[in-house]
Design a protein around this ligand. Structure first.
Ligand code: ZN
Length: 429
């Protein structure tokens, strides 16, 4: 942009001083970077819901052009310690799994696997404390127009876009509703069934035994089987420059309100008010049966005060059909809806197998000659037999130098999550 063009812009948009614009250009920050506004509301029944809002976190400290935002909800059960521990440690554990000093695009590409590493590391660290509580996690990273959501459990995140299309960015890890997860848990040695009350009749939702948890994934839950895994479903999408609204909430909202109703109930309102209205709407239909927490996050085109209201049309189907997909995504069975094209899907993966989630290029550190554990980031010398490829469960032992590499304790965790006891290793190969 020339200096003349900049002055012309100044005449049209008085509030932006010329110096600010030039400063942005010098810092290579695009003027079209969106604004993020958010609001939170909630009502406690048990006091086990926690949330995290970090609207302006700098990847490179002191450099505002590297800022991104994090929003998360942690719905605890069987106590609050897992929710609090995860709130305090997860972000750092995710960030420590991304190499320093890489560009924005590389950072965004590394993020899905760093989220997997961070979730598993946080779970291992919490379980070492010997406490038994557990928590759902829905963890949202917003960097410019790119939204990355990682989740375990049933606290949903939905996306409402300008076309009036509501999309689910999470998967509900509930045994009752998720056949794939039931099969995984059963194959890993868990039993899935309902509670047997006196007299032999079965009540309530499907649960996993031992433990009796209704969820198939969580952080914590030390006393439930290791097949209740902390490996998140991760979805990464890029919004159009029209922006969009995220509604992140615990199941207290979603048990009362369908996703498209939640989105419709607050369209056109600023985020703070929208969050209050969603909670109010959920309570109106169901009463306060559970902890109810809602975060509304608007990703707004630069210089727009609020998202413009969307006309309420019948086409507001809850659907992932609106995504324009890239070939690298591994999700099966999702079709396209070319007429919308508002949201580009960059990545989606929900496998509970670490081998499919961590990538192979966790490198040998050229300075120290050490391998780095892909989960906990501990460094170790090569030749200790710790490559995931060196054992019978990952790819062939003929390529033991190929990553990802896991330290002994993260390797034990991996095998336990897959229902493979160390003593049975030689049998399965
Ligand atoms: Zn490790």
């Amino acid at each position: 942009m020339s200096r003349t063009e900049v002055s012309e812009m100044k005449q049209i948009h008085q509030p932006i001083p010329l110096g600010t614009l030039i400063g942005r250009e010098l810092r290579n920050e695009k003027v079209e970077k969106p604004t993020v506004k958010y609001g939170q509301a909630g009502l406690a029944k048990k006091g086990e819901d926690y949330f995290l809002t970090k609207p302006d976190y700098q990847r490179v400290p002191g450099d505002p052009s590297t800022s991104f935002s994090v929003f998360a909800i942690f719905d605890g059960h069987n106590g609050v310690s897992a929710a609090i521990f995860t709130k305090e440690n997860l972000l750092n554990n995710v960030l420590s799994a991304i190499p320093q000093e890489i560009g924005r695009e590389e950072w965004l590409q590394a993020l899905p696997r760093a989220l997997v590493a961070g979730f598993v590391k946080t779970d291992i660290e919490f379980q070492q404390r010997g406490e038994t509580s557990g928590t759902t996690v829905t963890f949202v990273v917003i960097d410019d127009w790119t939204v990355t959501v990682a989740s375990v459990g049933d606290s949903r995140c939905i996306l409402d876009t300008q076309g009036g299309v509501v999309s689910l960015l999470t998967v509900d890890h509930r045994l009752e509703e998720n056949v794939e997860e039931r099969e995984r848990v059963t194959a890993s040695g868990g039993e899935v069934g309902r509670l047997n009350v006196f007299g032999g009749s079965e009540v309530g939702p499907l649960r996993c035994w031992p433990g009796g948890l209704c969820l198939s994934r969580s952080i914590g839950d030390t006393d439930v089987g290791e097949f209740i895994v902390p490996i998140p479903h991760v979805k990464q999408v890029k919004l159009s420059n029209a922006g969009g609204r995220l509604i992140i909430a615990s199941d207290g909202i979603w048990d009362a309100l369908a996703s498209d109703l939640a989105a419709q109930s607050c369209r056109g309102l600023p985020a703070e008010l929208a969050a209050k209205l969603v909670v109010k709407e959920a309570l109106r239909s169901r009463g306060l049966k559970d902890d109810t927490t809602c975060l509304v996050v608007d990703i707004i085109p630069y210089d727009h005060p609020v998202l413009p209201p969307t006309p309420k049309k019948k086409q507001n189907l809850l659907s992932s059909l609106a995504f324009k997909k890239r070939s690298q995504s591994s999700t099966k069975g999702t079709s396209k809806l070319a007429s919308v094209g508002a949201v580009e899907e960059l990545f989606e993966e929900g496998s509970a197998m670490l081998a499919e989630r961590l990538g192979k290029d966790f490198p040998l550190d050229s300075n120290s000659g050490l391998f780095r554990c892909a989960i906990c980031q501990v460094q170790q010398p090569p030749g200790e037999g710790l490559s995931v490829n060196s054992g019978p469960f990952f790819s062939p032992a003929s390529r033991p130098w190929e990553g990802p590499f896991l330290c002994a304790s993260c390797r034990r965790k991996k095998d336990a999550m897959e229902g493979k006891k160390p003593t049975t290793r030689s049998v399965i190969s």
